[in-house]
Write a protein that binds this ligand. Structure first.
Ligand code: HEC
Ligand code: HEC
Ligand code: HEC
Ligand code: HEC
Ligand code: HEC
Ligand code: HEC
Ligand code: HEC
Length: 182
């Protein structure tokens, strides 16, 4: 599938011919090649970590083409592979967690983007919202959770201090819920 908006056949938008070798070199270095058009991602790339929150793109070696095929792809968003696979190629712990028997449902379904912004976020951990608000989107308010959650010392703690948001990479014997504290 040719999913490319700027006409892909116009190779010279991105490539220049290099002397008589005809090697295709890039017009500009990455990520500038991409961020000159995708300006909203410019400030977050190449070492410019935000004062608050997190920027994936500021991390060394996390370049646009690690995740996106610059030419075409039959995956959504010009991704090189499915979302979870795209992420797991660098995140070994995620790879292990995906193989675990007990997983959090949205994680098991590979829906990373329900919780993480791929490029940059005002929250730490590249989360799409502050953690409690994020969990509440699907689990409702504290009133809707088991009683213990309303104890002040629990209500004040981050949800992920007790629950692993992904899975138990090493599930407890007896098949207890993956998500519960071990
Ligand atoms: C939007 C920018 C863009 C356009 C348009 C584009 N390319 Fe590329 N191309 C790239 C980038 C970036 C790389 C380097 C990819 C990498 O480092 O993995 C690349 C790499 C290549 C390579 C090296 C092999 C590979 O696939 O990595 C070839 C060959 C190539 N392009 C051919 C073309 C041809 C032919 C066209 C026109 C039909 C074209 N490109 C259009 C951005 C583009
Ligand atoms: C000449 C300008 C230009 C350059 C250079 C460019 N893009 Fe784009 N790109 C666009 C436009 C325009 C769209 C379509 C935007 C839309 O549909 O809202 C687009 C769309 C995309 C999409 C979304 C595709 C989809 O199906 O949702 C991705 C991902 C993307 N570009 C990545 C890149 C990457 C990575 C590079 C560098 C290798 C790059 N772009 C270089 C102009 C450019
Ligand atoms: C860590 C992987 C990763 C990297 C690195 C990355 N992207 Fe993305 N990008 C994604 C994912 C995942 C999506 C969402 C795809 C979808 O579901 O449509 C996305 C979506 C996009 C889109 C579609 C519009 C949007 O913002 O959602 C554009 C354009 C884009 N990326 C451009 C870029 C450019 C330019 C770079 C480099 C500066 C880059 N990306 C680096 C993973 C990445
Ligand atoms: C090219 C390698 C690469 C790919 C692909 C990649 N990451 Fe990362 N990611 C990193 C590196 C390097 C770090 C920083 C070091 C670390 O925390 O492991 C990082 C950090 C993170 C963090 C922690 C951020 C923080 O500030 O605490 C999250 C969350 C994350 N990545 C999610 C994703 C998701 C979701 C995807 C897929 C859309 C993905 N990563 C794809 C390399 C990658
Ligand atoms: C239900 C929400 C949710 C889903 C779905 C989810 N995550 Fe996370 N993830 C989190 C939370 C919460 C953290 C902890 C963030 C922090 O450090 O504040 C986290 C942390 C991370 C980290 C950094 C810590 C670590 O374990 O290495 C990475 C990388 C990561 N997630 C990748 C992914 C990938 C890849 C996917 C999809 C396969 C995914 N996540 C799906 C909520 C989620
Ligand atoms: C996109 C929706 C979504 C988000 C966001 C989400 N969850 Fe879930 N969660 C689910 C679904 C779906 C289930 C499975 C419910 C079921 O099987 O009845 C689940 C199950 C759970 C369970 C019970 C697990 C079990 O095995 O019994 C816990 C605990 C949990 N989530 C905690 C969290 C925490 C903590 C967060 C925030 C980091 C969070 N969830 C964010 C959708 C979500
Ligand atoms: C002090 C540790 C702790 C913290 C912090 C915590 N939980 Fe829990 N959570 C538990 C325990 C223990 C259970 C099992 C309770 C039970 O079965 O009665 C549980 C159960 C759950 C369940 C499963 C409910 C069900 O009906 O099976 C969900 C969903 C959940 N918690 C979400 C959250 C969210 C969202 C947060 C953050 C607002 C959070 N938890 C914070 C310890 C914690």
């Amino acid at each position: 599938m040719w999913g490319w908006r700027p006409r892909l056949e116009n190779c010279e938008v991105c490539h220049k011919r290099h002397g008589f070798t005809q090697t295709l070199s890039l017009q500009k270095p990455l990520p500038q090649l991409c961020t000159d058009c995708h300006k909203e991602l410019g400030g977050t790339a190449a070492g410019a970590a935000p004062a608050q929150g997190s920027s994936h793109l500021a991390v060394k070696d996390v370049s646009c083409v690690a995740c996106h095929d610059p030419h075409a792809s039959n995956k959504k968003g010009l991704l090189r592979a499915g979302e979870a696979q795209t992420c797991a190629q660098c995140h070994e712990r995620i790879e292990l967690a995906l193989q675990s028997k007990s997983k959090h449902k949205p994680f098991a379904e590979g829906r990373c983007a329900d919780c993480h912004a791929p490029h940059t976020s005002a929250q730490s951990g590249l989360l799409v919202a502050p953690e409690k608000e994020l969990c509440a989107r699907c689990h409702g308010s504290l009133e809707e959770l088991p009683e213990l959650h309303r104890r002040p010392e629990v209500a004040g703690a981050p949800c992920s201090s007790c629950h692993d948001p992904h899975s138990n990479a090493a599930p407890a014997k007896g098949g207890r819920s993956s998500m519960l504290p071990t």
